[in-house]
Write a protein that binds this ligand. Structure first.
Ligand SMILES: Cc1cc2nc3c(=O)[nH]c(=O)nc-3n(C[C@H](O)[C@H](O)[C@H](O)COP(=O)(O)O)c2cc1C
Length: 176
């Protein structure tokens, strides 16, 4: 792989909201999560915890807490990602680390030809998600749900891509 392959991978990743329900091998799931494992983190604290949810009942319980529930249920699985507070040391830096962790997962999945959606809206009901997993809110804080699955290409091709536009580089950079 040369550097352009990585740049193309970064540029071609996009949020996927249409999935076909199809099994993903555990080995592939582990490889994708391993990309997260290699994310940088402040003081190398790695303050993340992931629940891998494929069971329909658990998926339904999570889906009920989000307006994106239909998407959550349609994909083969979901990563429910928590901030492991005891592992952290500085809230800002810990959250930045988890952002890097999640992005690595999105890119890993994309490299494997799978689609992902990072769902932040579910944070509106984060305490309910803690309840599902019987996690104390003093110890774990929901950071997001990443839905992962086989892309429904027939639907995705039809979707408008306008909201994916990026600000031009020169709008947010300055040289000194
Ligand atoms: C922190 C965060 C939260 C997000 N939450 C949602 C969400 O709740 N629902 C959704 O459909 N997309 C969500 N997204 C995806 C963004 O809408 C998407 O990344 C953005 O529109 C750019 O499109 P792209 O990912 O296809 O490049 C979220 C992304 C991030 C980084």
């Amino acid at each position: 792989m040369d550097s352009n392959d990585l740049i193309n991978l970064i540029r071609s990743r996009r949020s996927v909201r249409n999935f076909v329900y199809q099994k993903i091998d555990n080995q592939i799931i582990r490889e994708i999560l391993d990309c997260g494992r290699w994310a940088p983190s402040g003081q190398n604290r790695q303050p993340w915890k992931v629940y891998i949810v494929a069971h329909p009942t658990v998926k339904r319980m999570i889906a009920e807490q989000s307006k994106y529930g239909g998407i959550i249920e349609s994909a083969f699985l979901n990563f429910v990602i928590f901030y492991d507070i005891d592992r952290g040391y500085d809230r800002t830096k810990d959250l930045q680390s988890i952002g890097a962790f999640i992005q690595n997962i999105l890119l890993g999945a994309h490299a494997k030809g799978l689609g992902t959606l990072w769902i932040g809206e579910i944070l509106e009901h984060k305490e309910k998600i803690n309840e599902i997993f019987k996690l104390s809110t003093d110890k774990f804080e929901l950071m997001g749900v990443v839905t992962i699955g086989v892309v429904d290409k027939s639907m995705e091709d039809k979707e408008e891509q306008e909201d994916r536009e990026r600000r031009p580089l020169d709008e947010f950079i300055d040289w000194f």
